[in-house]
Design a binder for this molecule. Structure first.
Ligand SMILES: C[S@@+](CC[C@H](N)C(=O)[O-])C[C@H]1O[C@@H](n2cnc3c(N)ncnc32)[C@H](O)[C@@H]1O
Length: 188
């Protein structure tokens, strides 16, 4: 199991989201007026995507299991806590108290899904944070496209589709450069 605090404390970080990726995801939220629309970035790390979502008009919450990640995300964010909220939280736990009853228009999860051990609890928790218009976007590398030493950071495409279909309708799955962006909505 990865020690995320140690990862961040030793200065590691992860590749930034590209404009093309974020534009692709936001195509699916165009019907929302962005002002004050709440979104959730799961496994937000040092908060790059979380802040990018603020720049695109959302009111984001970033959650991460790592205290070090959240400390750095707060440090890098020069905005008031009203604009962006960061919380230490584990979405594999049965309940995340701070999030109970909340519904987010957009939920993002970048380079996180491969590290989730209990995918069923995780996906069930995500589904509880959505309404019938919410979009859940997962960006993840695929095992077929990474070298053997990096298999642990990637997921199998077909297995993931099956896992997601248990809770969600899959609106699209765009493969590009060794990774995929899954776009999901709650199962109707
Ligand atoms: C590879 S990093 C990606 C961070 C960030 N999304 C990015 O792209 O820079 C994976 C992140 O997922 C977080 N994480 C792992 N399991 C988690 C869980 N169950 N709940 C919340 N965050 C989790 C880790 O602490 C870590 O910050």
């Amino acid at each position: 199991m990865i020690n995320w605090n140690q990862t961040y404390d030793s200065g590691n970080d992860f590749r930034l989201i590209t404009s093309a990726e974020i534009n692709y995801i936001l195509k699916y939220t165009q019907s929302y007026s962005k002002a004050n629309t709440q979104c959730l970035d799961i496994g937000s790390g040092t908060g790059h995507l979380t802040r990018e979502l603020w720049h695109r008009g959302f009111k984001p919450t970033g959650i991460d299991i790592s205290e070090s990640a959240i400390r750095l995300a707060r440090q890098y964010t020069k905005l008031s806590g009203d604009e962006i909220t960061y919380l230490v939280a584990n979405l594999e736990k049965n309940e995340v108290n701070e999030l109970i009853g909340k519904k987010f228009a957009l939920i993002t999860c970048k380079l996180v899904y491969a590290f989730i051990d209990n995918k069923q609890i995780f996906l069930e928790n995500v589904s509880k944070l959505m309404n019938d218009r919410s979009i859940f976007a997962i960006i993840t590398p695929l095992t077929d496209d990474v070298p053997p030493v990096k298999k642990h950071i990637a997921v199998d495409f077909d297995t993931t589709v099956l896992e997601l279909r248990r809770y969600f309708n899959l609106l699209s799955s765009e493969k590009n450069n060794g990774q995929v962006i899954f776009i999901c909505q709650l199962k109707s």
